[in-house]
Design a binder for this molecule. Structure first.
Ligand code: HEC
Length: 197
């Protein structure tokens, strides 16, 4: 029995030493241009999937996909998400595979996951990937609108579609976000993007 326990302890020490050596001697590739291995991808992917499933809010998207809300969602999407996830200008973002794991191209292939799951991932982000947590930058209401926009992006009412295309054509005019910027804008200039109603 003693020999068995000693064997287990030695094995654990060898594994711990191996992990230490790999990190200490610069053997673990950390560049974003190193794709994760199959095992890491499978385990981390499943962990993320299940965790978001377990923690997502109950119920469906509280936002009705009315034109106003979809335009508001499109605006936030173009401003904050299109760079990595593809948008009106480039359906496939050039950044797609500059991130590892790569950024899913949400416009090109609309995710099947339910809105609550997409909302949770948007709000909290995914650790050790390029996906940021948007909590505190976007309000819950804005995030639900972004999700509604993504989900309807292949079947938008014509006026929403054209408003979205215009945003991509003039990216500088997308409304800024932080309260300070809002105040600033309103002080010095009239609202830049006319609300379509
Ligand atoms: C800097 C790049 C970057 C930005 C900006 C970004 N994301 Fe992501 N996003 C990622 C990456 C990378 C992943 C993949 C994470 C993974 O594999 O677990 C991801 C994953 C997601 C997913 C999960 C999709 C799926 O089917 O697995 C959603 C939803 C999402 N992002 C929404 C958004 C929204 C909404 C915004 C804007 C508010 C946004 N992202 C901004 C990089 C980004």
């Amino acid at each position: 029995m003693r020999a068995f326990i000693a064997g287990v302890v030695v094995t654990l020490l060898v594994i711990a030493g191996g992990v230490y050596a790999v990190s200490q001697f610069g053997l673990y590739p950390i560049g974003a241009d190193n794709p994760p291995g199959a095992i890491e991808r499978a385990i981390a992917g499943r962990a993320m999937d299940r965790y978001a499933d377990k923690h997502k809010p109950a119920g469906d998207n509280p936002i009705q996909p009315a034109p106003d809300s979809l335009i508001a969602g499109a605006k936030e999407y173009e401003e904050h998400c299109a760079f990595c996830h593809g948008g009106a200008k480039a359906k496939i973002s050039p950044m797609q595979d500059k991130l590892n794991p790569p950024a899913p191209q949400l416009i090109n292939r609309i995710p099947h996951d339910d809105d609550a799951w997409l909302f949770w991932v948007t709000k909290h982000g995914v650790r050790m990937t390029g996906m940021p947590a948007w909590d505190g930058v976007l309000s819950d209401d804005e995030m639900w609108k972004v999700i509604a926009f993504i989900k309807h992006s292949d079947n938008l009412p014509p006026d929403v579609q054209s408003a979205w295309q215009r945003m991509a054509a003039t990216p500088g005019e997308i409304e800024e976000h932080t309260p300070e910027q809002h105040e600033h804008e309103h002080e010095h200039a009239p609202a830049k993007v006319p609300e379509k109603r």
